[in-house]
Design a protein around this ligand. Structure first.
Ligand SMILES: C[S@@+](CC[C@H](N)C(=O)[O-])C[C@H]1O[C@@H](n2cnc3c(N)ncnc32)[C@H](O)[C@@H]1O
Length: 358
């Protein structure tokens, strides 16, 4: 598949208030709901994520921040970065050893970690940071920030732009890292198994995997998406687009399992993020002012999934949340593991797992 060919499982969303993208990007375990054979399209879904993020702009992140703050929900992106940095700083400070720290999807979150380490009095000469990020523009931005703080390429950090988490093992080698942290990065996969396995393989025995991410189950079922689009937005080609959506994903017209509690609160929050007070508003205003570029756009159908799915994927490759959590919770670093960062909602979770292979 090349980029110029029509994307499989994508309707013409060019007139819609939010770009949906292809349903190949939803979590792979939900493929059947979308009329996609489970286990199929692994490479194609990866390619589609690649297209979205490789050419991604710095503005893209700024619009995301604007969208989430304009909903009044809070700066979720920053909450994730701070939660991750808190754990990372604790882990670095509890050892005197040299630390190799790997971050896929590096960027503002990496600068945030460095700020936190410096503030906590860590000698930056004993930390080596490896940054992997598909977007050259965003990684360059982070590199400039690190240089301003006195960090030097080769001595304190390595930066790999145009690369992905799945390149990590080839870039750093097996069992070389003490900490691998991802902030809002790893949900950019339909199939989580391989990326998690590769990141786990870069960790030394006893090393830590820190994950701070968005979690929701909105994209598990086309009926949730259909009902949301129907209710939230009005646009010129609405009837045509919704009919095309239902024709492509027949289960869109069948009721999805009802949800309640923190999961449904989380889903309501992600709907708000994309909605007419959030992303759709920021995007349409930027378009009206002639500023919005295709590389600033983001696509709604994503690989977000409940945090329990991350725990399963981690445990399958020897990363154990219970081993990490017992100590960190005992030390008061996090109240629980996983830890929901928003009361009463499962939208943002911090999860830490420890590598232990027998
Ligand atoms: C929501 S942003 C978060 C960026 C940064 N971690 C932060 O919190 O400031 C997600 C980032 O993940 C990157 N990304 C997407 N897919 C990736 C992959 N497979 N491997 C590494 N990075 C990826 C994107 O380019 C994007 O910069």
């Amino acid at each position: 598949m090349t980029v110029s060919e029509p994307e499989p499982f994508r309707i013409d969303d060019s007139g819609m208030p939010v770009s949906l993208g292809s349903a190949l990007k939803v979590p792979s375990y939900a493929y059947q709901n979308w009329g996609i054979p489970e286990g199929a399209y692994r490479l194609e879904s990866e390619d589609l994520y690649g297209v979205e993020w490789k050419g991604g702009s710095q503005k893209q992140m700024e619009y995301v921040k604007e969208a989430i703050t304009s909903t009044g929900l809070g700066n979720f992106s920053q909450m994730l970065r701070d939660a991750s940095a808190n754990v990372v700083s604790h882990l670095v400070r509890t050892t005197k050893e040299r630390i190799n720290y790997l971050e896929p999807g590096a960027g503002v979150s990496t600068v945030n970690v460095v700020d936190r380490l410096i503030r906590d009095g860590v000698d930056m000469d004993r930390v080596f940071i490896t940054m992997i990020e598909p977007s050259a523009e965003r990684l360059q931005n982070a590199v400039e920030q690190l240089e301003k703080k006195g960090l030097r390429r080769g001595k304190h950090y390595a930066d790999y732009s145009g690369k992905k988490d799945t390149d990590a093992l080839a870039l750093v080698g097996p069992r070389t890292q003490e900490i691998v942290a991802q902030v809002a990065e790893i949900h950019h996969h339909s199939y989580l198994d391989v990326p998690v396995m590769i990141l786990a393989a870069t960790l030394r025995q006893g090393g830590y995997f820190v994950s701070a991410d968005w979690h929701n189950s909105m994209w598990e079922h086309p009926n949730r998406v259909y009902r949301y689009l129907e209710k939230e937005f009005d646009w010129k080609t609405k009837d045509r687009d919704l009919a095309a959506f239902c024709a492509m994903h027949p289960k869109a017209r069948e009721p999805a399992p009802e949800l309640s509690g923190p999961e449904e609160v989380g889903n309501a929050m992600i709907r708000k993020f994309w909605g007419k007070e959030g992303w759709a508003k920021v995007r349409s205003e930027a378009m009206a002012s002639g500023q919005f570029q295709p590389c600033d756009d983001i696509l709604m159908l994503e690989g977000h999934r409940p945090v329990g799915r991350y725990m399963e994927a981690a445990e399958r490759v020897g990363l154990y949340p219970n081993l990490a959590g017992a100590q960190l919770v005992h030390d008061g670093v996090m109240p629980a593991n996983p830890h929901a960062l928003v009361d009463g909602s499962s939208i943002l979770d911090l999860l830490v797992a420890k590598k232990c292979l027998l």
